[in-house]
Design a protein around this ligand. Structure first.
Ligand SMILES: [Zn+2]
Length: 314
C-alpha cells in the first residue's frame, strides 16, 4: 500500500490520466484493505485536495514547455478556474467520495470519481491545447520582436465554428500595441491566446519593405509646392484646416497597412491607404498629396485606383 500511495503521488504531478486510473483502482480495493491501510488511504485522499490545486498546471506547463508570458497569463486566469472547482480535483466532490468510501459504498464512490475524472480530463485537454497553440504564437512573436517587426496579420478559419472576435479580424494587420489593447472577454492576452480557449487562429508577421519603413520613420514634410493648392482643393473634403490636414496625412502614412508604388515621370512614388483617403509620397518621405475617398467604399475605391493609376505591389 505504501508503495502504491507513493506511486500515486508521483503520478499526481506527472501523468494525470494514469493518476486518475490508479486512484480508481485503489478505491476498488478499498474493501479488501486492513484497518491501518484504510486509515492511511483516507489521509492520503484528504491530502490530494491540496495536490489538486497545482496538479494540472504543473503537468501541462511541464509537458507544453511553455513560454513564460503564456504561463503567467494562464496561471492568472486559472486561479478562477481552479477556484470554481472545475479544473482542480473538486474539493467537495473529493470529500463526498471519501465519505462514500468510508461507508463502504464503493460503487457510488466510483461514480463520483468518474465524474471528477471526466470533468478534469476535458478541462485539462482544453488547457493543454490552448497552451500548446499559445506557445507557437509566442515563438512567432518573440521572433518578430527580435527582428524589429511590429505588425502581425490575423489568420485562420472564418467558418461558423469561429468566434465573432476572430472572424472580424481574419486577414487584418495590427501592430503589437494594438493587439495588446484587444479584449477577447476571456482575460487571456490576445497576443498569445487570440480568441481564447481552444482558438486555432494565429498571428503571421508582416514584413514591411525597407523603403516603406524608411518613409514611415522620416519627418514626412508636406511638399512646399503642393500644400497650398491641396489645402484649397482637398482639405475641405476632409473638413480640416491646413495644420490638421498635414497631421492626418502624416498619420495615414505612419499607420498604413496597405501600400503601393507608382511610377511618375521616371520616379517612384508610394501610396499609403488610409481610412478616408490615401497619401502619395516620394521615397525620401516628402508628401505629394492626401486625397479623399469615401470611408464606406475604401476597398472599391482602392481597386479602381489600382487600375486607373497603375499602382503596383511592393
Ligand atoms: Zn479563434
Amino acid at each position: 500500500m505504501e508503495e502504491r500511495i507513493k506511486k500515486l503521488r508521483l503520478l499526481a504531478s506527472t501523468n494525470s490520466k494514469r493518476f486518475l486510473e490508479e486512484l480508481r483502482d485503489l478505491i476498488q480495493e478499498w474493501k479488501s484493505l486492513k484497518k491501518t491501510g484504510k486509515k492511511k488511504f483516507e489521509s492520503d485522499i484528504r491530502s490530494l485536495e491540496k495536490v489538486g490545486n497545482d496538479l494540472f498546471l504543473n503537468l501541462y506547463t511541464k509537458r507544453a514547455k511553455s513560454n513564460d508570458n503564456v504561463i503567467s497569463a494562464i496561471e492568472k486566469r486559472s486561479v478562477n478556474v481552479f477556484d470554481k472547482g472545475n479544473l482542480k480535483l473538486n474539493t467537495l466532490k473529493l470529500r463526498e467520495m471519501l465519505s462514500l468510501i468510508q461507508d463502504d459504498n464503493t460503487d457510488k464512490a466510483l461514480k463520483v470519481m468518474d465524474s471528477i475524472s471526466s470533468n478534469v480530463k476535458s478541462r485539462g485537454e482544453t488547457i493543454l491545447n490552448t497552451l500548446l497553440i499559445a506557445n507557437n504564437r509566442a515563438k512567432v512573436i518573440e521572433n518578430a520582436k527580435k527582428r524589429g517587426i511590429n505588425q502581425l496579420r490575423y489568420e485562420g478559419p472564418t467558418g461558423a465554428l469561429s468566434r465573432d472576435f476572430c472572424k472580424s479580424r481574419v486577414g487584418k494587420v495590427y501592430t503589437i500595441e494594438e493587439i495588446e489593447l484587444m479584449d477577447n472577454q476571456q482575460r487571456l492576452p490576445v497576443l498569445y491566446f487570440c480568441g481564447g480557449y481552444n482558438c486555432r487562429h494565429r498571428w503571421v508577421v508582416v514584413i514591411e519593405p525597407k523603403v516603406i519603413e524608411n518613409i514611415k520613420n522620416s519627418e514626412l514634410k508636406y511638399s512646399e509646392t503642393d500644400i497650398n493648392q491641396d489645402t484649397r482643393k482637398h482639405a475641405p473634403k476632409f473638413g480640416l484646416n491646413q495644420e490638421e490636414y498635414i497631421k492626418e496625412a502624416q498619420s495615414v502614412v505612419r499607420n498604413a497597412k496597405e501600400y503601393y508604388k507608382q511610377e511618375r515621370k521616371g520616379c517612384m512614388q508610394y501610396v499609403f491607404v488610409g481610412y478616408r483617403g490615401y497619401v502619395i509620397t516620394k521615397d525620401a518621405g516628402t508628401i505629394k498629396g492626401y486625397f479623399y475617398h469615401d470611408p464606406k467604399y475604401v476597398t472599391e475605391a482602392v481597386e479602381n485606383l489600382k487600375i486607373k493609376k497603375n499602382w503596383g505591389k511592393l
